[in-house]
Design a protein around this ligand. Structure first.
Ligand code: HGY
Ligand code: MN
Ligand code: MN
Length: 406
């Protein structure tokens, strides 16, 4: 049966593999912290009776044979990389509950008709290479060599080189691509990362659709000048140009409704207090479940780059990562609802404001997501999910997998 102790142990051990101890979990792909987490996850998969292999991107896959092992497997899992100074549950909750479900099957002597595969994805957050959902994009064969060469970390190392340096084989991605028919279904458990389930006291969320996830890079150029001798009307202040753009960017999202606009990372050059900024580089993240709103936001950023806010300022913009809003499989939603109900848990069908690897998986097989309540938001060190919520989620996941792998 599902063990709360094993789940808690896994969460607490994985939490320690961080580059920022004391300020949340920072576990970027192909780093030493990630290598420690990999070893732990692989050992945990073996302990759960899974046969472990590595995908060319570095994704870790554990397989449980089915009575008819030739059938397309049911896959489950999530990511184990994090944002900078993030929480201990985003992604990891879906990895440890998937492993625990397999462990409980081993203990019960349950053998599924179909094989079941547990996956731990790399680089879902895009925190190192600014290319979100990279691991699942590699799994379905959509990750091109060009994309891996152009996706660079802050030190200028590209994803392709980092993958190879970590001992993986990016050139083998195309030959390992999973397409339609290769998987029977995919189910991802994830913390909600929002307040809905907690506020309503609902135990299980059944995700109906996943918000789009679009982000790009903007560079604003002006002219560096002396902060004391340059009159205000003689400046070409790149940061002021960026600020004018940003306020319009936020205001458009608010005016459209059902839309978010975020500038999460910004660098100012040269970055001295007494120098008028000559250049500013920042990210733009905009999302909506309504793709016409996404297009409005995209067009606005593009038009702003073509028409900078004042003379002398120039703006460049390019997209880094785009994933459209994704509807999830109705039948799998019903299976989750039935299994959660059979366990006596309350449920709610709801959209996901966050993006997930499930967006890529939904392009190749019927895909569902199970939400468990989380508190104190997400993408921050205070992110929290209770042992009870994780245990309940694992039970629903295990019974959902049994149904799908029949
Ligand atoms: O940004 C997201 O929505 C996801 O956490 N990567
Ligand atoms: Mn996240
Ligand atoms: Mn996540």
């Amino acid at each position: 049966m599902i063990s709360r102790e094993r789940l808690s142990r896994d969460i607490e051990i994985l939490r320690t593999f961080t580059a920022t101890p004391g300020s949340g979990v920072t576990r970027l792909s192909y780093t030493k912290e990630e290598a420690l987490a990999r070893e732990y996850i692989k050992n945990r998969m073996q302990e759960a009776g899974l046969t472990v292999r590595e995908h060319p991107t570095g994704n870790i896959i554990g397989r449980m044979a089915g009575r008819d092992d030739s059938l397309a497997p049911v896959m489950t899992g999530s990511h184990y990389d994090t944002v900078l100074s993030g929480g201990a549950y985003d992604g990891v909750a879906g990895v440890v509950t998937a492993i625990e479900a397999a462990h409980s099957f081993k203990e019960e002597g349950f053998v599924p008709e179909r094989p079941i595969e547990v996956i731990a994805f790399v680089e879902e957050e895009g925190s190192r290479f600014h290319h979100g959902l990279l691991g699942s994009e590699g799994l379905i064969g959509n990750l091109t060599k060009e994309a891996m060469l152009s996706a660079k970390d802050n030190g200028g190392i590209c994803a392709y080189d980092a993958m190879k340096a970590a001992g993986h084989d990016p050139d083998a991605i195309p030959s390992h691509a999973i397409g339609k028919g290769d998987l029977h279904a995919f189910v991802e458990l994830h913390i909600e990362q929002g307040p809905v389930l907690e506020n309503e006291g609902t135990e299980i969320g059944i995700v109906t659709c996943i918000n789009s996830m679009n982000y790009g890079h903007v560079t604003v150029k002006g002219r560096a000048d002396h902060a004391g001798t340059t009159p205000m009307d003689a400046r070409v202040d790149a940061l002021r140009g960026a600020a004018v753009f940003m306020e319009r960017f936020y205001a458009l999202a608010e005016a459209l409704g059902n839309t978010t606009a975020t500038v999460g990372k910004m660098d100012v050059y040269p970055g001295s207090a007494n120098v008028v900024p000559g250049e500013v580089a920042f990210t733009v993240d905009f999302r909506s479940t309504d793709m016409t709103r996404v297009k409005r936001m995209h067009d606005f950023v593009r038009e702003s780059a073509d028409n900078p806010p004042f003379p002398g300022i120039s703006m460049e913009f390019h997209m880094l990562s785009e994933a459209p809003a994704t509807d999830l499989d109705e039948e799998i939603q019903s299976v989750i609802e039935t299994e959660a109900g059979a366990l006596g848990f309350s449920t709610k069908r709801m959209p996901s404001g966050a993006g997930h690897d499930a967006m890529n998986m939904a392009t190749v097989c019927p895909t569902g997501m199970i939400f468990i309540p989380s508190t104190f938001g997400s993408h921050n060190p205070k992110e929290f999910a209770s042992e009870e919520a994780i245990e309940k989620g694992a039970k629903v996941l295990a019974n959902t997998l049994k149904r799908l792998a029949k």
